[in-house]
Design a protein around this ligand. Structure first.
Ligand code: ATP
Ligand code: MG
Length: 423
């Protein structure tokens, strides 16, 4: 036998048994954003490499080591998108969507990062995200957080997620803090791990969210960014906290929360869970008022988040919140004997006019038992059987596959109405 070709490591198939749960999740996401008046934007999966370098930042994990970059046939450097914000800003600028306007946008789709695959961390994964442009006030920071809280509620996982919140201030405030932080880190330079030593001068704030417990311990007395904020940044943050208090969203202020992308300012947040082990962040985001200008547009305030769909699916599976996901089919139509095949196929086709009814037919023969086995395997609630007798009397036989009920004979004329009431 020929050798089988395998999927790329870290890139998963979503199989037919898994897709109902994905579809349910996607439907919840779509309904939720619709309730807030957000519009969908779809951007290409491939962009110029420069877009991500300029937005995410040269000294970030993503740009330093995680991007799928390749030269196309013209020699242009292209990258499979590792996240959605850069592309959204690029498209917004390109099509004049952001210039003196307010926009509330959402997107959903695959992202690509060359990371070490493990549970909850893949090389192709899916993100759902929202991005709001043109509104500087913390009201909209609160809005996207309220939206995320509503998502947890609809998915039934409110109990299992916690909100962590921080503020990074504005670039000037952060620059002052950065100097103080570098001075602090220099005292321990020899004790820092390799990653932290490398980041100490290039991106010192990233040292704060190190996962290395030894380095974390050294940071106990590190200066806190909160002490370097100006009045406006402080007011923005306290307004956000007030709003969250007012709508009953609980949060913890985590001064170490810095996020791995360079474009954030002021508000940053993560929703985390402890039901997934190490990969605990399920949704993350913040404000990025500088990015639109940095990518060539007019300065425009912006805030958004991205949610990792695989991690949510894993949570729903782990917490066994998957049982009410609908099956693929309601009715299975089958024919007894070749002479009934055409009629059976026609009946199936007519039944599909009933709104929402899912009908599968297979008239490929086999004895009654075999056909009923197929019908049962389809997951349908009802089987419709057409044999010579039924055909002659303009009837069909209706069999209940999941209930202990007698078979019924139903006139073909009234079949659709009968079924519509039954299902
Ligand atoms: P992490 O700390 O887990 O590496 P990140 O800071 O790189 O996350 P973001 O770039 O903010 O994550 O992406 C937002 C969300 O997308 C994450 O919280 C997570 O749920 C999901 N995500 C990010 N990278 C992956 C991946 N490689 N596989 C699956 N989901 C991912
Ligand atoms: Mg990452």
């Amino acid at each position: 036998m020929a050798k089988q070709i395998q999927a790329i490591r870290g890139m998963n198939d979503i199989l037919p048994t898994q897709s109902p749960l994905w579809q349910k999740l996607e439907a919840v996401l779509r309904d939720t954003v619709a309730a807030y008046g957000y519009s969908e934007i779809r951007t290409p999966i491939v962009e110029s490499t420069d877009l991500f370098k300029r937005s995410i930042g040269e000294v970030t994990d993503i740009v330093e080591k995680e991007m799928y970059t390749f030269a196309d046939r013209n020699g242009d450097l292209l990258t499979l998108r590792p996240e959605g914000t850069a592309s959204t800003v690029r498209a917004g600028n390109e099509h004049g969507l952001l210039y003196n306007q307010e926009q509330r946008l959402w997107y959903m789709g695959p992202m690509f990062r060359h990371e070490r695959p493990q549970k909850g961390r893949y090389r192709q994964f899916h993100q759902f995200g929202v991005e709001v442009y043109g509104i500087g006030s913390a009201d909209v920071d609160a809005e996207v957080l309220m939206m995320s809280a509503r998502l947890w509620q609809k998915l039934g996982i409110t109990e299992h997620v916690k909100l962590e919140l921080n503020t990074l201030g504005d670039p000037a405030e952060r620059a002052n803090y950065r100097d103080a932080l570098i001075a602090f880190l220099e005292q321990f330079k020899e004790q820092l791990d390799e990653d932290s030593q490398r980041r100490m001068y290039t991106n010192p704030l990233r040292v704060l969210d190190t996962k290395n417990p030894d380095v974390q311990a050294l940071l106990a007395d590190a200066p806190e960014l909160m002490d370097y904020l100006g009045d406006e940044s402080k007011a923005h943050f306290s307004h956000l906290c007030e709003l969250l208090d007012a709508v009953g969203i609980q949060y913890t202020v985590n001064p170490r929360l810095v996020r791995g992308l360079d474009y954030y300012n002021r508000t940053v947040f993560e929703w985390v869970t402890d039901s997934l082990g190490a990969q605990g962040t399920v949704l993350a985001g913040g404000r990025y008022d500088g990015l639109v200008g940095q990518l060539g547009g007019k300065d425009t305030p912006a805030v958004g988040f991205a949610m990792g769909l695989e991690r949510i699916v894993l949570m729903l599976e782990t917490l066994a919140l998957t049982e009410d996901v609908a099956g693929a089919v309601d009715i299975y139509v089958t024919a007894m004997g070749d002479s009934c095949r055409v009629e059976a196929i026609k009946i199936a086709q007519t039944l599909r006019d009933v709104p929402g009814l899912k009908v599968m037919s297979h008239c490929g023969g086999g004895n009654f038992k075999k056909q009923m086995k197929r019908a049962d395997k389809s997951g349908a609630k009802l089987a419709i059987v057409i044999g010579e007798n039924e055909l002659a009397n303009n009837q069909v036989a209706l069999k209940y596959l999941r209930e202990d009920k007698e078979q019924e004979l139903v006139a073909r004329d009234s079949l659709a109405t009968y079924i519509a009431e039954l299902i």
